[in-house]
Structure formats: C-alpha cells, structure tokens
Design a protein around this ligand. Structure first.
Ligand code: ADP
Ligand code: SF4
Length: 689
C-alpha cells in the first residue's frame, strides 16, 4: 500500500541546527525503568523505535554528574567513559536506521534525593525534596553554579562522544533548572534570582555553553514548560513565563515544550484526552523561528497533520504512542494506518519508572523484551507447522494469543462463550473514562479479521468434550476470572462470614451485567487499583449514594504507580462520594456496614442498602481442569493427545498487560511439542572492556 498524500507533510525532513531529522516523528525523552542499569535492553528498545520510523529517538533523563541521582528510579547517566560506551550502544542502533539520537541532560535539584551517591542535593534555594524524601537541598552559591555549568559542559562533550545528535537542556518537571525559572521556588537575591532575566540566566548560560562546546556537530534543545502553574484555566500562561520564552526564543536549536502539570501532561485517558496540551503551549511557535515539538498522546495521523498544518508544532512528539506502537511512522508511511496499535492511556508503562523495573506496556507485549527475549513488535517467527490450535476465550489473553498464532501461520479456532469478543475489555471499557481501553480489543480484532487462517466462533460455550473433539493439536484456555463475592482479598484472608442478605451483595461483574444497587451503597475496595473507584463513579452516575471504603490510606493507592491516584481521589471528592480510608469491612446486616479501623480496630457503622465488593478474583479454570482430567482418565493410549495450557486471568488474575503478555508469550513459545518456556536473558550493569 502507498501513503495517503494527506500525510506527506509528516515525512518532510526538518533541520535542527547542525543536524537534520528525516521526518517529523519525534520520540521525546521518556523513562523506562532501565536507565544506566540495563543498557542493552535500552539500546535494543530505542533502536526498534528508529526502525519503526521515528526520525528522532531520545534517552530518558540523563544525570550529568554524581551530584544528581534518582535511585530507586532508574535514570540514565553520563558521568564517565563507561557511560559513554553504554550510550554508544543506543546511538549506534538509532543511527543504523537513519534517525537522530537525543539525550536529555539532567540536574535534579530538589527532585533528586541522591540516595545512591549520598551527595548533598544542590538546589536553587534550601527546599525539601519534592518526592517527599526527608532531605533538603543546599542552596547553591555562585561557586556551585560555576561547577554545575562545568559539569553540564563536560556531560555535553561526553554526549557528543557517545554519538548523540541532539543534546538537551532540561528545564522542566520540577528539577533544578525549572526551580531556577520558577517565581515561587527561586527566592535568590543574587544575579540568578528576582527578575525574569535573572531567573533565566542559568538556562541561557547552559544553552550558550553547550552550543559553544558541541554546537558545531550537535543540536541544542531546551525542554521547558509553556506555563509555570500560576495561570488560570482561561489564561494558563503567565506574562512571566511568556517573557522567558521571548528572551530565549532564538538561542536553542529546538524547543521541546510541555506543561507544568505533569499529571495532565502524561494523564491517563480516564482524565485527559489526545492533544490536550495545545491550549497551553500553542503560543510558543509564534515567538520563535526554531522548530517546536510537543506531546499529546497522538495516535491519529489526522490529529498529527492538523497540529503541524495549523502551526502548533513542527515535530509530532510522542512517548506513550511510540511505546504502544514503535512502528507508527512506518505504518503511516506505508498506508497501513489501520494497523496502528493505539496507546490506551493506562500508564502501565510509567510503572516501570515508579517501581524501578523494566518498562511494560498493555498494548505492546514486546516492549522491554526486545533484547531480553529478542522479541520484535512486528515480526514473529513462522510456526513449524499449520497445526490447528483451539483458543478458548477472547479476552486480552485469548485475543493476543489468536492474533500472534495467526501471524505465525497456525490454523486458529477462537471460541468465545458470549456474543461479543473482548472479555474483560468489552466489559470494562463501558465504565466511565475507560472507553479508550477498547483499543486493546479493536486492534487485535482488526488484525485477526484479515487472517484467513483464523476462525472465530462466537456464542460458543466450549465444554471439555467439545474442546477434545474438535481435532486441535493444541488447546489454550483463556477463560478469565470472576470477582469474588465473599469478601476475600487482602483484608480478609478467608471468607467474611458476616455478609448479610446475598441479594444486597454486589461485585463488579454484577454491575457489568446491569445488576446495580439502589439507594446507599458501600463500595469496599480491597483491590487498590482502578476498579473500585471507577465502579464508584459508575454508581454515582446511576444515582447511587456511594460511600467508598478502603483499608489503604488513599483511594486507589496503587494508582500512585500510574500517576493517576491524585486525580482519582479528586474525582471521587468532586462527585460527592463519601470516602473512608484505613478501614476494612467487618460485617453487614442488610442495613448497616460495620467498618474496622486498620490501626485501632475500633468499629464504626455506616448505613448501607448494598455492599459492592471489589476485593479479589477467582480464576475460571474449571474448563482447563476438566480437559486435563479427561485426558488423564483416557490414559496414554488415546491418541493423538493435544497439548493443553492456560493463560491470562484464568491462570492468575492480574492487570490487562499481564494477560496480553501471557497470550503473546504462549504464541511465541508454541512449537510442535507444545510450549517451550524460556525465562529470557538478564541484562547486567554494563562493564567496560
Ligand atoms: P483474560 O483477561 O485472561 O483474557 P477475560 O476474562 O478478559 O480473560 O476473558 C475471558 C473470556 O473467556 C470471556 O469473554 C468469557 O466469555 C470467555 N469464556 C469463558 N469460559 C468460556 C468457555 N467455556 N468457552 C468459551 N469462552 C469462554
Ligand atoms: Fe499507552 Fe498504556 Fe502502553 Fe503506556 S502502557 S504506552 S499508556 S498502552
């Protein structure tokens, strides 16, 4: 297929100072839980982005000197020769595909506690660590500032030696340079504080000194937020911030513009839609002739083109869309935009950084596995035969197994008990704010429907006899899980015996089926991710008076990992939901819920017409066990015997990303004799020769 001419503009080369990007697709810096700890995994992952057509591929935040470290969050570093060598792995991979490699040089200020190096963090003033660690920065004196400038210059030289084409001055995200810019944080009385000129002085010096050091070969980019958080909804940009952009306008080679509010900038789709930064950052292009890049979780080529044509940006910036589909540019270039695996805005990718583990993605099961397992997001080895495979269940696990097995050339039968594909995706994407999650199903169904070797059987509740009589060489059970109605979870390790009339007890599965409580309901969330709060929101929309109870200290506490916890709790407060934290559900008599304080065990009563339990799930593995039992009772002489496996939530209930991964892994590892399980290789800290 050929490219739709409407998208030609996205493939124009763009000059950035001394270098030229081959097109307008720009993977902005994004964290990935690998950093300097896992350089080979990182290099392979970034290289695949370049292969997928991203014209610029950047690192994550990259510490310039041991005076800034962010462990346990894995950051990149350019401290010494070993780091140069490690980064060269990445720049070589990126260059192989004709893309430019960018590095985001970083000094942490009050954003970094230096838990590894134990150096006293340096800040614009003496201020507490913004991540909540019990440390404060030391206010930098003029000697410190001179040192910082030297460290930055030296890191820029190392960046050039590592093969980078674009070197960043990183002046946003609450790190050191943004604190110098800030009218709130910068309370200095010397030439680096006070007036706008003084507050931008350090950023300006760093741009000029970086250009002086490496500007003949590398472009110098500045990442800065279009607003400073002091504006209003109608006027988000203060005069102060605009003036800063005007002063610096022509000095760097490229502007990478974001916004002050990080939870908005990388907000989950439940709260933030595509292209939502435009309103705040669109003015920047009018005050500079230099190219501008910004993000907005762009997955639609039409939106990308619109942003470029209307002069909002020169480059289409992306972190998450490039994670969910590293091949977006190539797919658009080849007229295959229908094949884009669109990001769903769930922020599971961000948990890699939050939890200090390699990045994972709900939509892209190969993300983070490019080096470890040698997985490619678009290619997969053909199967050794066309052996028939029966996949039972079409949730994320079954759908991804079907898609990837189909791609390998297997003859796949996908059986689904209900009349719709998608399993939990189809149920959950009906909930408030989760409609984009339907993309997990839609991408796979679109792909499967183009495969002549895949056959779908809807409305087909498969029994063990059915499964064994269909003639499949391989059977994979992906029948999912159900929410428990007995209270078992983290708070109750065994069934809560005191749960009142069964008709007044509900689970998320009841709500999905349209069985909704009336009057006052206690939502007991012992799951701690999104489900409890989304169910609460759905009930409020149906006129239920909700009291949200959690043994945690926060609503949807695990949402801290995906950076949505604050907005989640804010949403429930705004909806008028009564919130009771640090309490478990101890009993219910049909009229009152008895709650126990997790600290004191003191009881309190809350009037409730119903209880909604969001606690834990039961794997639906009866079918799997039935099939195994039949095979065992038939004895070894009954041939041929199919291989039988279970994957996804029916194996172990977990997040959607885990189910997609399980489906993909099954398909990758299936051979003539069944699945050959492989744990993958482990990246170790890079040791120079
Ligand atoms: P996962 O997250 O592991 O993919 P889901 O719960 O999303 O699991 O999906 C499981 C799917 O399996 C559901 O759509 C359900 O209707 C289907 N299913 C369950 N039991 C059977 C069965 N015996 N035959 C066919 N489909 C089944
Ligand atoms: Fe998008 Fe979710 Fe993948 Fe992140 S994990 S890239 S938000 S689909």
């Amino acid at each position: 297929m050929s490219r739709d001419p409407r998208y030609d503009i996205l493939f124009e080369p763009v000059r950035i100072g001394p270098v030229q990007a081959p097109n307008r697709f720009y993977q902005v810096p994004h964290c990935n839980g690998m950093g300097s700890l896992r350089p080979r995994m990182l290099a392979e992952m970034r290289g695949i982005k370049a292969e997928g057509g991203w014209g610029v591929v950047c690192t994550e935040y990259c510490s310039i000197h041991p005076s800034t470290d962010d462990l346990p969050h894995p950051y990149a570093s350019l401290w010494d020769q070993a780091d140069i060598k490690a980064h060269a792995l990445m720049t070589e991979k990126v260059h192989e595909h004709g893309a430019l490699a960018g590095v985001e040089l970083w000094a942490g200020g009050a954003g970094a506690a230096n838990l590894l190096t134990r150096e006293v963090p340096l800040g614009v003033t003496s201020m507490p660590n913004v991540q909540g660690h019990p440390y404060q920065t030391r206010a930098m004196d003029l000697k410190d500032i001179r040192k910082l400038r030297r460290w930055h210059r030296d890191a820029a030289l190392r960046a050039r030696d590592a093969g980078f084409d674009i070197v960043y001055i990183y002046a946003t995200h609450m790190y050191l340079l943004s604190q110098f810019l800030s009218p709130q944080h910068n309370q200095r009385r010397d030439e680096y504080g006070g007036s706008v000129e003084n507050r931008v002085r350090l950023v300006r010096e760093l741009i000029e000194e970086t250009k002086d050091a490496i500007g003949d070969t590398c472009a110098v980019a500045v990442r800065m937020s279009a607003d400073d958080g002091t504006g209003t909804l109608e006027h988000p940009v203060s005069d102060d911030r605009r003036e800063m952009f005007e002063i610096l306008a022509e000095i760097p080679d490229l502007w990478d513009v974001n916004i002050h509010n990080y939870e908005h900038e990388m907000g989950v789709s439940r709260f933030v839609q595509e292209a939502s930064l435009e309103n705040t950052m669109s003015y920047v292009k009018s005050i500079t002739s230099k190219p501008v890049v910004s993000v907005g979780r762009f997955t639609s080529p039409d939106t990308m083109v619109s942003q470029v044509r209307r002069g909002i940006v020169d480059f289409v910036g992306a972190a998450r869309p490039s994670i969910a589909d590293p091949f977006i540019p190539r797919k658009i270039a080849e007229g295959r935009q229908d094949e884009i695996r669109e990001c769903i805005g769930c922020n599971i990718c961000y948990t890699g950084d939050s939890l200090s583990v390699p990045i994972r993605c709900t939509q892209n099961p190969t993300m983070g596995e490019e080096w470890r397992r040698g997985w490619h997001p678009e290619r997969i080895q053909p199967g050794s035969s066309h052996a028939p495979v029966l996949v039972i269940g079409s949730g994320p696990a079954g759908l991804e197994a079907t898609r990837a097995l189909g791609q390998r050339g297997y003859d796949v039968m996908l059986a689904e008990a209900s009349t719709e594909l998608g399993g939990r995706i189809t149920r959950e994407c009906q909930l408030p704010g989760l409609s984009e999650w339907g993309r997990v199903r839609d991408y796979r169904v679109r792909q499967i429907k183009t495969m002549p070797n895949v056959h779908i059987f809807l409305d087909n509740n498969v029994s063990a006899d059915d499964a064994l009589s269909i003639g499949a060489d391989h059977i994979v059970v992906a029948t999912g899980s159900t929410w428990r109605a007995d209270g078992v979870g983290r708070y109750h390790e065994k069934p809560c015996l005191d749960l009142g009339p069964v008709e007044q007890i509900f689970t998320p599965d009841d709500i999905f089926r349209g069985r909704v409580p009336q009057g006052k309901a206690v939502v007991f969330d012992d799951d701690h991710y999104y489900m409890g709060s989304v169910i609460a929101e759905a009930l409020v929309a149906q006129g239920v008076e909700v009291c949200f109870v959690t043994p945690e200290n926060l609503v949807s506490a695990w949402g801290v990992m995906t950076d949505e916890q604050f907005q989640t709790q804010q949403r429930l407060i705004q909806l008028g939901v009564k919130i009771i934290t640090a309490h478990g559900l101890d009993g219910y008599d049909g009229t009152n819920a008895r709650l126990g304080c997790v600290y004191t065990e003191q009881s309190r009563m809350v009037a409730a017409d119903a209880i909604v339990l969001v606690t834990a799930r039961t794997p639906m593995d009866d079918l799997y066990r039935d099939i195994i039992a039949r095979l065992e009772s038939a004895g070894p002489e009954s041939t041929p015997v199919p291989t039988v496996d279970k994957i996804g939530d029916c194996n172990a209930p977990a997040i959607i990303a885990a189910a997609v991964y399980a489906g993909h892994r099954y398909a990758r590892e299936l051979g003539p004799d069944g699945v050959r399980s492989d744990v993958g290789r482990q990246d170790k800290v890079f040791v120079p020769d």
